[in-house]
Structures are given as structure tokens and as C-alpha cells.
Design a binder for this molecule. Structure first.
Ligand SMILES: [Zn+2]
Length: 592
């Protein structure tokens, strides 16, 4: 290593700076990573370093920098360099004319989700955005990452290509900071399974135990890969990695270009509906390798790691992907038509049971993801609608609209293929206008009124009108004809706690809030699990008194019970479908 005292002019003719990160975890039980960044040839006397505040795919400022401690900057002779903090995630180091600068810090990692870091005696899982400082102005620089293993039995899984491996060190290469951020690492004694689809290598690594049976599930994963490859006409990567964490309760996924991270319940795999849910999760995150990772909105074409990246188009990135996560396992033969329609009914039920759909327009839900969807609280369903859910409903309507018009000769598949050709392959961001034009083009009609109503206002979606040509109808059902109060309760430690109060319901008007504890109806104690049975003895129009704790205050409210409301919506085939309805339905839900 040379300690060249170069002048500015010397540097302007030298090669570009190099970045070498090292991630060590000598005492994993402390949850502390030891990170080192060696920068050579930085062409300025100050070095500005920033920590990303969010990670692509998860639209919330998470303040990853809050886990950083013990920051130091040293020169080639181990001399301490002077630095100062300019903002929560911004360090500035005076480097003078030093050729080589080493930055060290430690990072606390004890949050096990797909978009955070977790280190303990059993493994290390980390995301680039939550781990690496970057030099301001250096996002396009290639980087090397060396993992220093704490134990020779530990292995490394990542989508990044490996440069070298010796003893306890393995080194990988990222073309730029985006690729580094887009390539999570799983390090430990995980199970690893390799398989090929369309001649391309795939790997599944599994951390945690449970009733996951790889030999049963991998064939289904292969089918999903094959079905999506058919849709997009090929696989745009050299190698793909699935990282699966099995936990007691968790659920979630995060997409990347050449990998994805999944969390799922360790004991869920013997239950067919949960196994199907797992396959939907796989189909969803895998679909994203096209839709959102490569086909992405203009506003996400170049990531700004320093703050919110606002876009109105997440309804398409997430909603359309959610629509396809229902379709793909069906098309892959993992479940049959009745299960597909059953699942669709559940999604429609969730949608119609969310009062916020009549408050927040879809495009606004996308734009405000940063302050709303990812910051949901007990009242949220009254004020907001998820762009996943309403985006899925809109995608269903668009698919059915195109299919009905062209008798299944065209569909939303064509929209995706054309977006892939025109925007995805070159990773050119699409504007909201370009997306709408593309869909209108495939539909061969002017859709500006459609998008105005359903993206920008809260007008109710006419789902029924779009299902009718396919011989399907939405059936509103009441599980029990109970008078309506507007409360959803859960039993916690033998107590009946309000989980949700529906806007404009009798309970809402009385001021009963989530968190309140219901004690008695008409002066008689409400025992655990009795709520429905007690309501069943009343009629709509009856007035009841409810005693409850609100905060710590004992309250009583008189409530007039309303007429029963549907709590479930099933999608069913009409009694006597016409030949045209039959034909359209078979074209949409053909056994492929
Ligand atoms: Zn998603």
C-alpha cells in the first residue's frame, strides 16, 4: 500500500477510486457487525460518507444509521483522521491528500425482517442499505465486499458473484452501490438446495427449522419460475437466489433483481392453504424481478438513498404483482379454479371491508406510502386503502376489460410483455402517463376516464360489472345474522379488547376506540369469546348499554344496534352461464 502524497492534478489522471468493504462478525452473540471500508484514490481533501435511510422495495424511512456506533477514520499509518457529523446519516472526514483511507464502524443488528439486519449465534443476515456507508458522489463505483466468517462451518449466500475464497474470508464483487444494496447476504450454517430452470442455476437457502420439505416444495417453485418465464419470454439473469427464513410467526418478502428474501412460519407447510400462501409469496417476489426491479416508475429509476422517493405508480408495481401472485400458482397447477375463486373472494372481502377505500384515492395511497401504508395504526383502515389491495382490484378490472373485449386474445399479460420490451430491458423508468398509454394501447381504447375515476377519486370500483361477462358474480354473505355494532374484538389474557372500530358505525359514534376493553353488555359481564353469542340475543333497532374501559376510565355508552352487514364476499359462477360467459371464463382460467 502506497502513501502517495499526490496533488489534485496527479489524481485527475489516475484511475477511479476503489472501494473495499469488509464485514466481520467475530462475536455474533453481541449482534454487532464490524464493518470496514477502505477507499483508495479519493479525489478530494474531504470525504463525505452517508448511510442510506431506506431500502428500495420498502417505502419507509427506517433510519438505518441509528444502529451505527464506534465510527473511526484512519490513515495509512494508523493515524486518526478528523471527522465531524453534518446530519443524522452524514459523516465528513478530512483526508487531505491521503491515498488510502480506512473507515471503521460497528453496527447493531438484531431485527429479523427481510429489510433489516439480524446477527446472532446461528447466522448473519444483512441488507446493503442497512449496512454500508457510501461516499457521496461514489454511488456508481464498483465495490468489493469481503465477509470474514466467525466459524469455518459458516457459508455465504448472496446473488453477487464471488471473486475469491480463502480460509475464513470470501470476497464478492458489486458493479455499483445499487447492486450492493440489491444483494442481501445470508451467512451461517443454512441448508442449501440447488436446482436448474431453463438451464439457469437457482439456489434456495433456508435458515431455521420447521416442516418445510424441500423435495416437495422445490418442484412447485420450479413451476412458478417456469410460468413467469413463459409470461415474460425468458429469464433475465444468470443465477437466482431465494433466501428463506423460517420463524414462529413471521411473514414477508423483499424483492431484488437476482434474489429475494422470504420469511414464513416454520410449521405452516403441512397446511394446504398456508402452503399455497407460501407459493403466492414466492410468485410475488419472483414476479418483482421484472415488475418494479427492472420495469420501474421514472421516480424509482435512480434511487435517492437520502430520503423519500415519491411515485404515484406503486399501484402497478405492487397491485399488479399482487394480482399475478394469485394467478401464477393457479397457472402453474398448484391450485385449481375453486381455490383461485375462493382466494379472489377473500381479496375482494378485504377490499370491501376497508372503509378507507372511500377516503383515500389509489394514486395518493402510492404517493403517501412513506407516511401511511408503512405506518399503519389501529384506525388506519378507516382512512386509507392499501395500493397493494386496490391496485390488485384495478389490475383485475383491467385484465377482465381487455380479455372480454378481445375474447382472451389479449390480456394484461400483453401489457407486461410490452412494458418489459419498451422499459424493462433497458431499465428506463416509465412515467404514470406512459403506463396509462401502454395499457390503453393494449386495450385499444381511451382509458383516461377510467384512470381518472379509479386512480384519482374514491368512486366505488364496479367489480361486479367486470366479472359479469365471465359468468361470475360477487355474493355478499353474513356468516351470522348479527345486529351490527361496528367493533372487531380479540380476546387477550381473558379480556375482550377492541381491535378495530369501523368508521360511521354505532360503536364509532359512541366513541369506543381500539384498545378499549369491553366489560359488560346490559350490566352483565362479557366473558371471553362471548361477543357474537351475546349480540345474537338482540334485534336490529334494540338499544343496549356497553360498559368498557377507555384508557383507564370506566365508561358506559348506549348504542342502537343496526341492521346486519355482510362480512364476506364470495366470487361464484352464475347459475346458467351463457356459452359466451363459459368461453370467456375458460379463456381466462384455462387449465394451462
Ligand atoms: Zn411486492
Amino acid at each position: 500500500m502506497t502513501q502517495a502524497i499526490a496533488t489534485a492534478s496527479d489524481r485527475s489522471i489516475s484511475t477511479q477510486p476503489t472501494l473495499a468493504y469488509q464485514v466481520a462478525m467475530p462475536r455474533p452473540q453481541t449482534h454487532l457487525f464490524e464493518i470496514e471500508l477502505v477507499i483508495q484514490g479519493w479525489q478530494s481533501t474531504v470525504l463525505d460518507l452517508k448511510f442510506p435511510v431506506w431500502t428500495p422495495g420498502s417505502y419507509l424511512v427506517r433510519e438505518y444509521e441509528r444502529h451505527l456506533q464506534d465510527f473511526t477514520a484512519i490513515g495509512p499509518n494508523n493515524q486518526q483522521l478528523i471527522w465531524r457529523k453534518l446530519a443524522k446519516n452524514h459523516w465528513q472526514v478530512a483526508i487531505g491528500h491521503l491515498e488510502t483511507v480506512t473507515i471503521r464502524y460497528r453496527l447493531f443488528a438484531n431485527e429479523l425482517t427481510v429489510r433489516t439486519n439480524h446477527l446472532d449465534r446461528s447466522h448473519a443476515y444483512f441488507n446493503g442499505a442497512a449496512t454500508f456507508l457510501y461516499p457521496v458522489g461514489g454511488l456508481s463505483l464498483p465495490a468489493q465486499v469481503t465477509i470474514v466468517l466467525p466459524d469455518p462451518a459458516w457459508q455465504v449466500a448472496t446473488a453477487l458473484p464471488q471473486l475469491s475464497a480463502q480460509d475464513l474470508q470470501q470476497t464478492f464483487h458489486a458493479q455499483n452501490f445499487d447492486e450492493l444494496v440489491d444483494s442481501p447476504f445470508e451467512v451461517g450454517t443454512h441448508q442449501s438446495y440447488s436446482f436448474e430452470v431453463l438451464g439457469k442455476p437457482h439456489e434456495l437457502v433456508v435458515w431455521g427449522t420447521g416442516n418445510f420439505k424441500a423435495h416437495e416444495l422445490i418442484p412447485d417453485i420450479e413451476r412458478i419460475i417456469q410460468t413467469e418465464a413463459n409470461l415474460f419470454e425468458g429469464l433475465p439473469y444468470d443465477r437466482y437466489l431465494f433466501i428463506l427464513h423460517l420463524t414462529g410467526q413471521g411473514y414477508g418478502g423483499l424483492e431484488h433483481k437476482n434474489s429475494c428474501s422470504l420469511i414464513f412460519g416454520r410449521h405452516s407447510f403441512s397446511h394446504s392453504e398456508k402452503r399455497h400462501q407460501f407459493m403466492q409469496l414466492v410468485a410475488h417476489e419472483f414476479f418483482h424481478l421484472w415488475n418494479v426491479k427492472r420495469i420501474r416508475p421514472k421516480e424509482l429509476e435512480t434511487f435517492d438513498y437520502d430520503g423519500e422517493n415519491y411515485t404515484p405508480s406503486l399501484w402497478f408495481c405492487e397491485g399488479t404483482t399482487s394480482y399475478y401472485d394469485l394467478q401464477i400458482p393457479y397457472r402453474s397447477g398448484i391450485y385449481k379454479r375453486p381455490e383461485f375463486l375462493n382466494q379472489l373472494g377473500k381479496e375482494i372481502t378485504r377490499y370491501l371491508n376497508t372503509p378507507g377505500r372511500l377516503v383515500q384515492p389509489l394514486a395518493e395511497s402510492s404517493f403517501d406510502a412513506w407516511i401511511k401504508l408503512y405506518r399503519a395504526e389501529a384506525h388506519s383502515a378507516n382512512h386509507q386503502i392499501s395500493y397493494y389491495l386496490k391496485g390488485e382490484m384495478l389490475s383485475l378490472m383491467l385484465d377482465l376489460k381487455i380479455r372480454a373485449k378481445f375474447k382472451n386474445a389479449r390480456s394484461l399479460d400483453d401489457v407486461l410483455r410490452r412494458l418489459w420490451q419498451d422499459f424493462g430491458k433497458s431499465e428506463t423508468g416509465f412515467t404514470a402517463q406512459q403506463l396509462e398509454s401502454m395499457i390503453a394501447d393494449v386495450a385499444d381504447e381511451n382509458l383516461s376516464d377510467f384512470f381518472q375515476r379509479y386512480l384519482h377519486t374514491t368512486e366505488e370500483l364496479p367489480l361486479q360489472d367486470y366479472l359479469a361477462p365471465f359468468g361470475l358474480e360477487i355474493k355478499a354473505l353474513c356468516d351470522r345474522q348479527l345486529p351490527y355494532v361496528g367493533l372487531r374484538l380479540a380476546t387477550e389474557h381473558g379480556r375482550e379488547i377492541v381491535k378495530f372500530t369501523e368508521a360511521d358505525s354505532p360503536a364509532y359514534d359512541a366513541g369506543i376506540d381500539p384498545g378499549d376493553e369491553i366489560l359488560a353488555i346490559d350490566h352483565l359481564r362479557l366473558s371471553a369469546g362471548q361477543w357474537a353469542d351475546r349480540l345474537a340475543s338482540y334485534q336490529p333497532g334494540d338499544e343496549i348499554s356497553i360498559a368498557y374501559f377507555h384508557q383507564d376510565e370506566l365508561r358506559s355508552s348506549r348504542i342502537t344496534l343496526a341492521d346486519p352487514k355482510p362480512n364476506r364476499y364470495d366470487v361464484v359462477i352464475v347459475k346458467n352461464p351463457t356459452p359466451m360467459q363459459d368461453q370467456l371464463l375458460s379463456g381466462w382460467l384455462s387449465a394451462s
